[in-house]
Design a protein around this ligand. Sequence first.
Ligand SMILES: N[C@@H](CCC(=O)N[C@@H](CS)C(=O)NCC(=O)O)C(=O)O
Length: 203
Amino acid sequence: MSLVFYYAPMSTAETVNWALAELEIPHEKVVIDLKARDQDKRGYRALDPNGRVPLVVHDGVPIFESAAILIHLGETFGVDRGLFPAPGLERALALKWLVWTNVTLGAAVGRFLEKAFGPPEQKDGEAVGLARAEVERLFGILEAELAKTPYVAGETFSLVDVHLGGFVYWIASLGFDLTRWPGIAAWQARCTSRPGHARALAS
Ligand SMILES: N[C@@H](CCC(=O)N[C@@H](CS)C(=O)NCC(=O)O)C(=O)O
């Protein structure tokens, strides 16, 4: 088995970095310097025509999109390790939240970034406020979910917590104060106190 992970610090690749550390899968890590535009090099574009990180090449097959990578790692390596549900309804719950992370929450944050950090001449306070309110509404949905179960997809920690937790950690760094959502804050603390998270930080 060969697995090459193309990574950039402080990017969407962090959730894949954490997942690989939780799963303890041997792999080669290649750092992509986004500022130096390594992602535009022809060899990289041949693997990922989007020119983005994360990218995983598993036994020669390139896989882009962080949610797709998490699903693939979960299905392939996570079930036996108790970090991803077997096919069935529990798997469906996991997929629901993994897709929500990118398609619903990720898109809302993308709109917030566009409005809040776009060109100053296009700054519109009301649009920033609306985009922020949408992210906060989605945090409310997650908070309500975490009032029901200790982890996003059920009673036990899984790669869904890695992926959604990694996104929430990044969103908080954009100025969303998690103390407003105590359930989310407590869940983050539970997930980041794991040895797998420490291994990811040290890798
Ligand atoms: N939807 C993609 C987003 C990937 C993405 O936007 N990655 C950013 C870093 S967070 C990137 O590689 N940017 C480089 C560029 O746009 O040139 C995923 O979840 O994997």
